[in-house]
Design a protein around this ligand. Structure first.
Ligand code: PLP
Length: 434
């Protein structure tokens, strides 16, 4: 059995269970490929990120970086949990509107927000626009003047810290397409421009140092840098920061080589760092915001596939092909992301061979897993790839004109379809005849 699974995830029949529902029943009812979310796991993860803020009695926001998985039902779930969301496009904002998501809890990100999307954000009164560059300050200023509107803004800065899985590069991040550079004085120039804009309410600073991070140091360094930055602005310009936003990137376990840190430990380190540094710099402790994406939905997601063909060549690892692939999960093909899979009808079975799980797409690179130990399998068996909840469905495509899969939310023994499977008609809906 994969170490990722707990005993509760195997039901009495010996099958994989997703929040109390047999994975084989899900496959039968909704078809495959299917994306299934354990909703209890999503809620638990949000609560874990929150708990340390609550214990420390600091003002905070846990803002779900919704690019990891953005649908109406997901936004509704975050609203139920009174969470915030990050959106990065008009499409995500529109989806949140359709979910009746409270717009004051929306942060709008992006390094090149088009005029129409900025106008939409202003019309919707989103909670904050994360200003990324000088062009955007001008653009937003003109939009606000034209609409006689006001809005909260924050400055995204590049703190000169980029967190890799195990190393920190203190300068690399300055060469980034996102945000204002601190060291060269760009960020302070941006602050001056924003403070001169009567229609912009300058909430604070934001940084996002990377993704799939497995150490707290990067966040501590970023928090220190952000506090120092606003403290300098306070000393030099009298600016009073209200929010420090340290971004997301909290790592999750995809395979046994990943060793993630508990959400509580990340938050604890961030809160301590901000408190200590603000005290040293004689600043009031601002609100602390974080933006987890992958860590909220990744571990809660399962991709169910049905096994079809198999290719055996002597001396070569067998290919076991499934009815999905790079169209519903581009991550292995795009950046050699690794996953683990289990046989849904017997996740506890002893492996008898190591195979490659191949997709059905016309690309040699369409291999979902390169090295998967499996028990004996046959066509028609269902396999579940684990931890596929982040950047899987949200990056899905219609390559080869394959319809995108359905998505179900499963909670405490009940399943609910939250995204329908695309039909062939959906695929040609936008096509026009000659
Ligand atoms: C992508 C992104 C996140 C979330 O990153 P994860 O690795 O999914 O946690 C948070 N903040 C910003 C600005 C991002 O671009």
């Amino acid at each position: 059995m994969s170490e990722q699974l707990s005993r509760e995830q195997v039901n009495q029949a010996g099958h994989l269970a997703i929040d109390g529902v047999d994975a084989l029943d899900l496959a039968k009812q909704y078809g495959t490929p299917l994306v299934a979310y354990d909703v209890t796991a999503i809620r638990d993860q949000i609560h874990r990120f929150r708990s340390v803020f609550e214990q420390n009695k600091v003002d905070y926001a846990v803002s779900y970086a919704s690019k990891a998985f953005a649908t109406i039902a997901m936004y509704q779930l975050i609203a139920q949990e009174h969470g915030h969301i990050d959106v990065v496009s008009g499409g995500e904002l529109y989806t949140a509107m359709k979910a009746n998501f409270p717009m004051q809890s929306v942060s709008f990100h992006g390094n090149n927000k088009p005029t129409a999307e900025l106008e939409m954000a202003v019309d919707q009164h989103v909670g904050v626009i994360m200003l990324d560059n000088f062009h955007e300050i001008k653009l937003l200023s003109a939009i606000l003047a034209e609409k006689s509107a006001e809005i909260n803004v924050m400055l995204r800065v590049t703190p000169g810290i980029s967190a890799h899985t195990h190393e920190y590069d203190q300068t690399g991040q300055e060469d980034s397409k996102f945000g204002f550079d601190i060291k060269s004085g760009q960020a302070q120039d941006a602050l001056k421009q924003v403070l001169a804009e009567p229609r912009m309410n300058m909430l604070g600073v934001h940084a996002h140092i990377g993704s799939q991070i497995f150490e707290v140091n990067g966040f501590v360094m970023a928090a220190n840098k952000l506090v120092d930055t606003v403290a300098d602005w306070h000393d030099e310009l009298g600016y009073e920061p209200k929010v420090i936003n340290v971004g997301g990137g909290f790592g999750i376990r995809y395979t046994e080589t990943d060793d993630p840190i508990a959400p509580e430990d990340f938050v604890d380190a961030i809160v301590k760092a901000v408190k200590v540094r603000t005290t040293e710099r004689q600043l009031a402790t601002p609100e602390i915001w974080i933006e987890p994406g992958r860590s909220i939905v990744g571990p809660a997601g399962y991709s169910l596939y049905t096994i079809g063909s198999r290719k055996d060549v002597p001396g070569i690892k067998p290919y076991v092909a499934v009815d999905g692939g790079m169209g519903d999960n581009i991550r292995p093909a795009l950046y050699q992301a690794e996953y683990e899979a289990v046989l849904a009808n017997n996740p506890l079975a002893k492996p008898v061979e190591t195979v490659r799980i191949a997709g059905k797409y016309c690309e040699s690179g369409d291999i979902l897993i390169q090295n998967q130990p499996l028990p004996e399998t046959k066509a028609g068996d269902v396999i579940a790839i684990l931890d596929t909840g982040a950047y899987g469905y949200s990056m899905a495509s219609n390559y080869n004109r394959n319809p995108r899969p359905a998505v179900v939310f499963v909670e405490k023994g009940k399943a609910k379809l939250v995204v329908e499977r695309e039909s062939f008609d959906d695929l040609v809906r936008l096509d026009k005849k000659l």
